[in-house]
Design a protein around this ligand. Sequence first.
Ligand code: PEP
Ligand code: MG
Length: 559
Amino acid sequence: MITIQGKGVSTGVAAGPLYFYQRAKGTFTRRQVEDREAEFARFKEAQTKAIEQLGELAEKARAEAGDEAAMLFETHQMMCEDLDYEEAIEGFIKEQGLNAEAAVTDAGAIQAEAFAAMDDEYFKARAADVKDISTRIVGILMGVVQGGIDSEVPVILASDDLAPSETVQLDKSKILGFVTSGGSGSSHTAILARTMGIPAIIGVGEQLKPEYQGREVIVDGGTGSVVLDADEETRARLMKKRAEILKRQELLNQLKGQPNVSKDGQEIRVYCNIGNPEDVHAVLENDGGGIGLFRSEFLYLNCDDYPTEDYQFEAYKRVLSDMGGKEVVIRTLDIGADKMIGYFNLPQEENPALGNRALRICLNRPEIFKTQLRALYRASAYGRLSIMFPMVTSVWEVREAKKMCELVKKELTAEGIPFSDEVDLGIMIETPAAAVISDRLAKEVDFFSIGTNDLTQYTLACDRQNNDLGRFFNAHHPAVLRLIKMACDNAHKEGIWCGICGELGADLELTELFLSIGLDELSVSPRSVLPLRQKVRETQVRVVREKLLGDLLSDKNEL
Ligand code: PEP
Ligand code: MG
């Protein structure tokens, strides 16, 4: 038995014979051409054909793996036409008299090298894309057909660094998993593998030897291990893991597109929490109904200085457009306490969790608040935006925040900048004060979202950062649960909705109680959407409601 360790970039376990990807063969001769204009025209013809092929691939990828996968080929189309790339090829042909095959290969190699030398992981990964388009154009010039898998049985596909177009052209019914010696986690190949749900392991390096062709392997995309000729025990363990994953996935995938409705017809919205625009992919992949909490402070945490209005606008706009009209709740800056940012130059505090944080900073430093609100309102023209304020304790704070929103809208109107006039404003209920005066606060806003992480911390006077407090930090404490019910009841009395965006929302032990309380929304990590949907669909609210609410208010609970 041989175990090779790589990096798992797409989860799942698969077993089968190892098969090395066969590339289209064919070598060209490097030569000088007489008619340079005609040779360049030959290149232009091949370039047009490559763009056509990529268009077809984009359609195939869209049908099989969605818009993101298709975008890769659309990007390749643009790269084929890139002026720098084309000018380099033109130079090699017209100035040096090289044949088109050699010119494309040399220009591609130079661009790929430049990308590979960049620090940014994203641009590094583009080196494979340039090589890929060059190989395609050279292939067309030489009239060769693309390579693939010549095997009767499904295989674990091995390669050095599988090009994205190679991945999508493969006959999927023949592939059980991928192993590549090179590659990067952010390469499109990895993205495609994940989207297609095929286990993939990259970066196994020299350990992947061609003489292993045909040997039996088991790949585990979760741990990144590739096991050749597994012994009985290892095989049994990995096969058991595989069966469990498949069963769970199958069950959960069946729930995509299904409503979050209890057995007796009570519906609840299941939204997602995200920290940056890239997370939208996971939201859509897991069928999240919207975004219930975009922690905007991550934009600030990723910058060395205050992010500009334009920078923020682009990020918010991207999330809103990518969500295609589904509701997106963006929380205004929530820094301080556990999320400190150097350039804010916040003074040291004895009790930072009780100090200058979140909305307090925004109200004390209106220029920062206004920049963010301007970016948010500008982005509102591109989707369905709701804005939420964190760490509220008093009515006056909410009124001041709303006043700032009005000011921003007035300014944008005066400047002729479009924005939506249907932006809802809400607050987080994450302090006991906010829960206790939620009857008053509900008259001020369009929705509540309960931040149970902080609500637990402040209600139980128990630092959420301190692991030693263990059993004292109990989010199931009746004091916390009663405050949740209080806020929800008060919201409903004023006709506004109430959800939970703290970690407790995904706690399946409490789903029945949350349905009984009548919460309208739960916002959870994308991976928790389908398990939560499953739990909701198993619940008979009418059967459990009376008992659960009775227990919550009675003194039966151990306190
Ligand atoms: C919360 O406090 O529950 C919450 C969702 O906000 P954060 O965890 O970002 O403080
Ligand atoms: Mg919080």
